[in-house]
Design a protein around this ligand. Structure first.
Ligand SMILES: Cc1cc2nc3c(=O)[nH]c(=O)nc-3n(C[C@H](O)[C@H](O)[C@H](O)COP(=O)(O)O)c2cc1C
Length: 404
């Protein structure tokens, strides 16, 4: 199937324009053999390349190009299918915006293309090309958050020793995972993740209990999380717990129970954040709207968990604005490689900045993901890269540090 792939990257300073010209010349011959066509645009720092051909050969070539050390920050912008090529007769052609004006480059690109100009104006590929060409004053990339400049340094058990093994006389246990702000070198909160007494997952725990009592048990278990916070001494830190929002509706006096338990364990309601997933939030919104107001009136914080994974998306925020949004791990995973993911996260950052909602990116596993997200303005993170959940305690934390 005819595939078009567009990516953007930055030419490394050791590779000059002249090298790029000979690289493209060689590429043209190799592409001809693979029946790949396309163009490469360069503005002095950034590259935009369009590759078109069979799906298999385009993807194979892209994997090879992505590993090429002559450029970095390779981000895939588009992968799409179509009935015909835009650059039928062009194995690979370089357009250098340093030597020609944007207007003449645009005209040449259209001349080489076999697409009628009335079709080009509405074509996503041409829109990417046009935006790249007309971009004003390209500036050198900000290298503050280049992944190769950063390393991780370990801080041992920040809350001292954890409780050994399981806590007796409880129907479940909790593992704590910190949410960190590496720029400030601080822990902003701890998420209490439910575990079975055998250390099993939340899904297994909830499957094993009497299904008529799910909401009641869901609510009651939060008391163990608050007790754990007291035992390990979380001081002024916040503690976040997951809750099924219907537990607030179906269990009489749910909010009062939470407030009592919070106070009983020496915490303030303002220290507690209830996390509710996006899907749960939207499916029963009208039913638990009043329970949410009640929670807020007591000073308890509210966060939307797994934001972006469900079907509500940004429209949820027109109905309700939480204190905190946690961006789903699926969006964050490999964000440094994906143009669409980057565009989505930038729009979430912009919305949340305007609405003064704190953002947390969850599921961070790679330093490259953290670097991209920091440079996009996100400051708080949760994930294995920084710290793993630890049963009845807080594990070691790995803080990013600039390499000397
Ligand atoms: C910005 C950039 C664009 C490239 N475009 C192509 C291309 O279109 N076709 C190609 O065969 N190689 C291209 N290359 C070179 C490949 O990365 C790789 O060096 C080349 O395919 C030879 O790989 P091989 O020696 O493993 O066969 C490009 C490299 C860079 C840095």
């Amino acid at each position: 199937m005819l595939t078009t792939l567009i990516y953007r990257s930055q030419l490394n300073s050791s590779c000059k324009s002249i090298h790029l010209a000979s690289l493209v010349e060689k590429a043209r011959h190799r592409n001809a053999k693979l029946n790949i066509t396309g163009i490469l645009l360069f503005n002095g720092y950034d590259i935009l390349q369009v590759l078109e051909g069979s799906e298999e050969s385009v993807i194979q070539l892209f994997h090879k190009i992505r590993e090429d050390k002559r450029h970095s920050d390779v981000v895939e912008l588009m992968r799409d299918y179509g009935p015909r090529r835009r650059f039928e007769n062009v194995g690979m052609l370089l357009f250098d915006l340093q030597v020609k004006s944007p207007k003449s480059v645009l005209e040449s690109v259209l001349r080489y293309s076999k697409l009628e100009s009335y079709l080009a104006s509405d074509d996503r590929v041409f829109k990417f090309i046009q935006t790249f060409i007309t971009q004003k004053n390209p500036s050198p990339p900000d290298t503050t958050y280049n992944a190769d400049k950063w390393t991780l340094s370990r801080e041992n058990a920040p809350f001292g020793e954890c409780i050994n093994g399981v806590i007796a006389h409880q129907s479940c246990q909790f593992a704590l995972q910190p949410i960190v702000e590496p720029g400030e070198g601080k822990i902003t909160s701890l998420e209490a993740l439910i575990r079975g007494n055998d250390g099993g997952s939340p899904e297994r725990f909830f499957q094993a209990i009497d299904q008529d009592k799910v909401y009641e048990i869901d609510l009651q278990t939060k008391a163990y999380a608050f007790a754990l916070a007291e035992k390990i001494g979380i001081g002024g830190h916040k503690i976040a717990v997951n809750l099924l929002p219907m537990s607030l509706v179906n269990v009489p006096g749910a909010v009062e129970f939470l407030v009592d338990q919070i106070k009983l364990h020496g915490l303030q309601p303002e220290q507690v954040v209830i996390e509710v997933t996006e899907n749960e939030m939207i499916s029963g919104f009208n039913q638990f709207n009043s329970a949410i107001k009640h929670l807020r009136a007591e000073g308890i914080g509210l966060a939307i968990d797994d934001f972006g994974s469900g079907y509500a998306g940004l429209s949820l925020l027109t109905k309700f604005q939480p204190d905190k949004i946690k961006i789903d791990r699926e969006i964050v995973s490999n964000i440094h490689l994906s143009g669409p993911k980057q565009a989505i996260v930038r729009s979430i950052v912009s919305c949340c900045t305007d609405m003064e909602i704190s953002l947390v990116a969850e599921g961070i596993e790679k330093i490259e993901e953290w670097c991209w997200l920091e440079s996009a303005g996100i400051r708080r993170f949760q994930g294995f890269l920084f710290s793993r959940p630890q049963l009845n305690g807080v594990g070691d934390i790995h803080w990013p540090q600039v390499t000397r």
